[in-house]
Design a protein around this ligand. Structure first.
Ligand code: FES
Length: 68
């Protein structure tokens, strides 16, 4: 599905950018071009980062704190 209609960026494009190292909305925007026109997709981008970013997942599970 398209997340960013202005720049024709799909959820798969965003997930791929996260898999390739994007760790925040700004990283995803740089990697995909999403979110740079009207901004209407930024909240969905944020949700995808929160759900799929490995750093966020580790923090939510407390793994990062346990490893230190
Ligand atoms: S829908 Fe993404 S910038 Fe407009």
């Amino acid at each position: 599905m398209y997340v960013c209609h202005c720049n024709v960026v799909s959820d798969r494009d965003i997930l791929e950018s996260i898999a390739n190292g994007a760790r925040c909305v700004a990283d995803v925007a740089r990697a995909t071009g999403a979110g740079r026109t009207c901004g209407g997709c930024v909240e969905t981008m944020r949700e995808l980062v929160c759900q799929h970013c490995p750093v966020m997942t580790e923090r939510q599970l407390g793994v990062a704190g346990a490893a230190r």
